[in-house]
Design a protein around this ligand. Structure first.
Ligand code: 6R9
Length: 669
């Protein structure tokens, strides 16, 4: 059914309180818009939306995409008024100016994010499961309904208020993915505080840097974390960190394990104090552009950037992308494997699914604990419908072979998502063929902490539209990418063009905490009039995007710029001139010179002779960030012998991996 059908007596129906207005715009978008006539002052926007769609004859994905960028205000205005619950409606849809780095959406609107994620679902479906906490120990998951999560959030909100946390204050969380962490995020949102989640694997110094930058007076943590069967003393790390953070007045400590920890005067036993609080906590009325959270991300130089996201635009964008990119339906179980310490955990572990009234999985473990079948055993046991993981994990698991996947029933899976890095062809094919049994679309989603939500992905689109392995494919509604390269060469080569976005969207970051100038310089000055992503990309003549990787991972070989993803697709890893690092599959033994010969031939054949590797180095593992991205800029410094200038390593997962690479490189050269 390609024609637009607007379910027709909508004009008659819209005034019925709570009535659903359905706009069927098959096969791409199926908007269920709950209309509330008494509060809907934006009816005119919606009216314009319907008229415009009908008038423009939108009948497929590309038509709707065009509409969303040409009529961006109408598009986002209608979605915002209908998909969020407002305390008072907004006056303007957007007010943005890239050259000033000014990004404002839905000004004048008032709402509370926790009400949008909890209360409104408690009214309609209190016993629906909101969270499934997939604890480290398989088979011990704990479920929380919307009613329970609201109660937990309210108790925590009241506790924070009792401890003196006020609207606008920043609370730092250093916790693993767990219901108390989600409730803490939502409790901040409820009382108007700002949360700053720091991945609970960062060092005491990295944590201290982030606490100091935010001037948090309150930190929330757990006594110990449990991951991959190992116990990690998180409270001890917090103790070390706060020694150098004079702003911190109190540390709330939840008990993840039964082991007691030393408590000081500053420490507050979280569960005990929380249970003294009421299960009702009045939500604070927030402006659309008040800050919701800060999240730090490292740059290749300088100190980490605290990106700022605000209330309405972020929430709307997370919810809409969650629903349409993954085709999330009521009753589905959404399995985002990312930790809440990353933007992926924020947008698709917490805010997107909860805003949509969905059921979301909080995964505490690792892909290989207690064995490499963990993900698929979890899929079977929890009935996960959408599995959202990272290429680094997929590459790791494929090394162990297909049996670990095939042991488990994956018939509940509908969609497989990928995020964080380019997914090379081998991993893509394995994910599709073995994990999804050839049945589930693989959705490679490109986005960043800065973008707040997914910007390029194969879906939504016509359900039978093609998906090309290794390509993120199509811009999301309201996203208008531009490929520019005014700087280095006129023609794209190797690394592709600089991927920019030419107009604002609701989910984008608003500034860098305490450094608006850096925000402007980093994102808006390199290409005036555009948001610069820092990534390189190609676009095919069909308009499909392929992300090549960070432009700072680009290498220049004999005057040719080479992108890392392209080489990696052939051999799976590279560095300057070209220096290839190879990690062998488990149990594989090969003679290194034979391997080197084969790899050189493969690259010459599949890319070009000039790209053929000069050095090939087998290593046990690669330096990666804690979210699994290979730190190529660090590899480059190692082979350039600049090991005393490795840049910001605060996101490095395991510094031993760098030392190992340094050792083998020195040994061989
Ligand atoms: C969501 C997230 C952002 C950087 C981004 C890019 C890389 C993310 C990707 C991808 C190729 C994809 N990236 N998704 N590269 N294909 N599907 O990862 O945010 O941690 O801020 O990293 O990750 O280089 O610029 P963040």
């Amino acid at each position: 059914m390609r024609d637009l059908i607007i379910c027709c007596n909508w004009l008659k129906r819209w005034s019925n309180h709570g009535e659903l207005l359905r706009i069927y715009c098959r096969p791409t978008l199926d908007l269920d818009l709950p209309l509330n006539a008494s509060t809907d002052s934006n009816f005119t926007t919606l009216h314009a939306f319907c008229k415009a769609i009908a008038f423009q004859g939108v009948s497929d994905h590309s038509g709707l995409h065009k509409f969303s960028v040409n009529e961006s205000e109408t598009f986002w205005g209608a979605l915002a008024s209908q998909r969020l619950s407002w305390i008072s409606p907004f006056n303007t849809v957007q007010n943005c100016n890239f050259s000033q780095g000014k990004i404002k959406w839905f000004e004048g609107g008032k709402l509370n994010v926790s009400v949008n994620c909890l209360d409104r679902h408690v009214h309609t479906c209190p016993e629906r499961v909101a969270l499934i906490w997939e604890r480290d120990e398989p088979g011990t998951e704990v479920k929380f309904t919307y009613r329970e999560l609201l109660e937990l959030t309210c108790r925590l909100g009241n506790l924070l208020k009792r401890l003196g946390v006020r609207r606008g204050d920043c609370v730092t969380l250093y916790m693993p993915s767990c219901p108390l962490a989600v409730a803490s995020m939502l409790a901040c949102a409820r009382i108007g505080a700002v949360h700053n989640v720091v991945f609970a694997g960062f060092s005491a110094e990295a944590l201290a840097d982030r606490i100091r930058d935010t001037q948090s007076s309150t930190v929330i943590t757990v006594n110990q974390g449990v991951r991959g069967g190992k116990v990690i003393d998180l409270k001890r790390t917090v103790d070390q960190a706060v020694q150098n953070c004079p702003s911190v007045q109190q540390v709330l400590v939840a008990m993840r394990t039964e082991n007691s920890v030393a408590m000081t005067d500053r420490d507050v036993p979280l569960e005990e104090e929380m249970m003294k609080e009421d299960v009702v906590c009045e939500p604070v009325t927030m402006d659309s552009e008040d800050v919701l959270f800060l999240l730090y991300t490292s740059g290749s130089t300088g100190k980490p950037k605290g990106l700022v996201h605000t209330q309405a635009g972020y929430l709307l964008y997370a919810a809409v992308t969650h629903r349409y990119v993954f085709s999330y339906q009521d009753g589905d179980v959404f399995g985002c494997m990312a930790d809440i310490g990353w933007i992926t955990g924020h947008s698709y572990g917490v805010y997107g699914p909860l805003c949509n009234g969905g059921t979301t999985v909080l995964f505490e473990s690792t892909p290989v604990y207690p064995d490499p079948g963990r993900y698929w055993e979890t899929v079977q046991r929890l009935g996960i419908s959408q599995f959202y993981g990272a290429p680094t994990a997929i590459r790791l698991l494929l090394k162990y072979g297909d049996e670990w996947v095939q042991k488990y029933d994956r018939s509940c899976l509908k969609t497989l998502g990928s995020v964080g890095e380019p997914i090379n062809r081998e991993a893509w094919e394995w994910y599709h063929r073995v994990v999804g049994g050839g049945r589930c679309p693989v959705i490679d989603t490109w986005w960043q902490t800065e973008t707040g939500g997914i910007c390029i992905a194969p879906r939504p689109s016509d359900p039978d539209a093609e998906i090309i392995p290794g390509m993120a494919m199509r811009p999301f509604y309201g996203i208008k990418p531009a490929l520019l390269d005014a700087k280095v060469v006129a023609e794209p080569s190797g690394a592709g063009w600089a991927l920019c976005i030419s107009m604002a969207w609701p989910g984008m970051a608003r500034t860098i905490h305490n450094d608006h100038q850096r925000f402007i310089e980093t994102y808006f000055q390199p290409y005036p009039g555009y948001f610069f992503t820092g990534d390189g990309a190609y676009c095919s003549k069909e308009g499909y995007y392929q992300i090549v990787g960070r432009l700072d991972d680009v290498i220049n070989v004999s005057g040719h710029r080479l992108g890392t993803a392209e080489l990696e697709d052939v051999v799976v890893c590279t560095i300057k001139c070209v220096y290839v690092f190879v990690v062998l599959k488990k149990g594989v033994e090969v003679q290194e010179d034979v391997l080197a010969q084969q790899l050189r031939e493969m690259v010459s054949r599949n890319i070009a002779k000039y790209a053929s590797p000069d050095y090939i180095q087998v290593v046990g593992r690669l330096p990666k960030t804690r979210s699994g991205k290979i730190m190529r800029r660090v590899l480059r410094k190692v082979v350039e012998r600049k090991t005393d200038d490795l840049g910001d390593l605060s996101t490095l997962d395991d510094s031993e991996a760098v030392h190992e690479v340094i050792r083998v490189c020195n040994f061989h050269n």
